[in-house]
Design a protein around this ligand. Structure first.
Ligand code: NAD
Ligand code: UD1
Length: 334
């Protein structure tokens, strides 16, 4: 698992260990702390072998593939801050595109052909219709981060055409939120959060004064942006299902991982206030550049093929995000 110490990776570690998989985490800790893996050990009662390394370091990656009997890779490692990607495009293309290429090259050398990739609903841009199906057009992405995800999807798809032995799942995540029910692991933004749920949590816990709601003039239920929030443990379980499904499928396959239901910013604020019992003061500001009105998945393909369906609702997402935030108001210790 590349990037296995990160937010989605650490939750997927729990799901994989609980499903009986043996894992090896490779992470350069550029956006995470090793404490997350110690917490995974506390939750599961199992050791988490891990190595601090960069996926772009082919020499180091070769060493790892030589030393361990790797059967498949889940590739989470990458950079994900949209705004930063506009300012530092080369850094993003290097980490996300060059990193994904280096990984695939080394996998190919070692005859490992099973790969699950973290893509994003951002590849759809502003959808012409809702809910979004996997066969909708992609490419109208508004920033280097989104384009890097699309490029990797295309590279991996070409790879699967060139060599029929590849077994690749391109998972387009909608908006992952929440935390493991134990409150031991969760999302730990190193800076001011860009995303809605961690921002709301920090307001509720008193770290920030109020939420800024970006736009109240969208053509949505209450004028605020609508997204398909998905509990991170549902998402983690989606990876376990995708791995199992890939055992019997070659080629590159795209799946939406979302719930199929959208919530507005104000609906999330309300759900969070209910879950936490704390007020979440907010004020409106103009729309954020690059944002779209509404994004939610048609999640039927994953349900039919992977036999996976998100089961946790907005209440559980807010409750678990709050539980993590309360237990770890400043995130993981150093
Ligand atoms: P995260 O930053 O918490 O996790 C990414 C992990 O990768 C971190 O632990 C980081 O240290 C590591 N990493 C980064 N570059 C690396 C490199 N070159 N070599 C080795 N390790 C490296 O992010 P996350 O939210 O867990 O996201 C995981 C993946 O899912 C990312 O690829 C992200 O783009 C994608 N994704 C995330 C979201 C989201 O909202 N969180 C949505 C869609 C897609
Ligand atoms: C953002 C990224 C997207 C990425 C995804 C990963 C942008 C433009 N898009 O998606 O590329 O794949 O994160 O999680 O950054 N909001 C507020 N106030 C805030 C924060 C957010 O009102 O402080 C609103 C947004 O306008 C949006 C909704 O909340 O309507 C969700 O925002 P966010 O959590 O940032 O996710 P996305 O914008 O969907």
């Amino acid at each position: 698992m590349t990037g296995g110490a990160g937010y989605i990776g650490s939750h997927t570690c729990v799901a994989l260990l609980q499903a009986g998989y043996e894992i090896l985490v490779v992470d350069n800790l550029s956006n995470s702390k090793k404490e997350s893996l110690l917490r995974v050990e506390a939750i599961t009662g199992k050791k988490v072998p891990w190595v601090q390394a960069d996926v772009r370091n082919r020499g180091k990656m070769r060493e790892l593939f030589s030393a361990h009997p790797v059967e498949g890779v889940i590739h989470f490692a990458g950079l994900k801050a949209v705004g930063e990607s506009v300012e530092k495009p080369l850094r993003y293309y290097d980490a996300n595109v060059a990193g994904s290429m280096a990984l695939a090259e080394v996998m190919q050398e070692f005859g490992v052909r099973l790969l699950v990739f973290s893509s994003s609903a951002t590849v759809y841009g502003d959808p012409a219709m809702l809910p979004i199906r996997e066969d909708f057009p992609v490419g109208a992405t508004t920033n280097p981060y989104g384009r890097s995800k699309l490029m990797v999807e295309q590279i991996y798809t070409d790879l699967a055409v060139s060599d029929k032995a590849w077994q690749i799942a391109l998972l387009r995540y909608f908006n992952p939120v929440g935390a493991h029910g134990s409150g031991l692991i969760g999302e730990d933004p190193s800076d001011i959060p860009n995303n809605l749920m961690p921002y709301i949590s920090q307001v509720a816990v008193g770290r920030r004064e109020r939420l800024t709601v970006f736009g109240n003039d969208y053509p949505t239920v209450d004028g605020t942006g609508v997204r398909d929030y998905i509990h991170v443990m549902d998402l983690a379980e989606g990876h376990v299902k995708a791995l199992a499904w890939l055992q019997n499928h070659t080629g590159a396959h795209v799946f939406n991982l979302g719930t199929g239901r959208g919530y507005s910013v104000l609906e999330v604020v309300k759900a969070f206030e209910t879950a936490s019992g704390r007020p979440v003061p907010y004020r409106f500001s103009p729309r954020r550049a690059g944002d779209v009105a509404a994004v939610y998945a048609d999640a039927m393909k994953a349900e039919q093929e992977l036999k996976w369906k998100a089961s946790r609702g907005i209440e559980a997402m807010c409750r678990d995000a709050w539980n993590w935030q309360q237990q770890n108001p400043m995130g993981y210790p150093d």
